[in-house]
Design a protein around this ligand. Structure first.
Ligand SMILES: [Zn+2]
Length: 161
């Protein structure tokens, strides 16, 4: 069986058992930006349930233009007022450079490498804080998730007065 067929087979069981959530607005007014890393179970790690939060994932859990695009809708259409950026230990983007990642992949892209988590989180939280169309966001957090212990470090906080 291919991996794609395994997904469809698993879905048959899931669809039969799942609870339906009718409201498309996240009930806790939350958006989580985090890495695509397969070791992060975002909902379990943060005690979230279906229907409670938007989860935006990319390599590194960085605030890219596409994350801003999604957050514009989260905030203005879907009632989100709190955003958490959650990077993690042992990330493939940590300690790399754009030049290295371009060489490795053959892709001439900006990869948003992470020199260190504190500075990358501050940069991303600052970008969220100063993006004019994200003015309705009241609270922003920057976390680092430890993929070995499962524990979270609370690194950056911002609250709009
Ligand atoms: Zn990562």
């Amino acid at each position: 069986m291919t991996e794609i067929n395994r997904l469809l087979e698993a879905n048959a069981g899931y669809a039969a058992a799942r609870a339906n959530v009718a409201d498309l607005r996240p009930s806790r007014h939350l958006a989580i930006v985090t890495c695509m890393d397969a070791r992060i179970d975002v909902f379990a790690a943060l005690g979230l349930h279906l229907g409670e939060a938007h989860v935006l994932r990319n390599a590194g859990g960085r605030v890219t233009e596409d994350v801003l695009r999604s957050l514009a809708l989260s905030v203005h259409v879907l009632g989100v007022d709190t955003v958490v950026v959650m990077q993690h230990t042992k990330c493939g983007l940590a300690g790399r450079t754009d030049a290295e990642l371009q060489q490795l992949t053959g892709a001439d892209l900006g990869f948003f490498p992470i020199p260190d988590h504190a500075s990358a989180l501050r940069e991303d939280v600052d970008l969220l804080r100063t993006t004019p169309f994200l003015g309705p966001v009241r609270m922003i957090g920057g976390f680092v998730y430890d993929v070995e212990s499962g524990q979270i470090s609370d690194v950056v906080r911002y609250e709009r007065s």
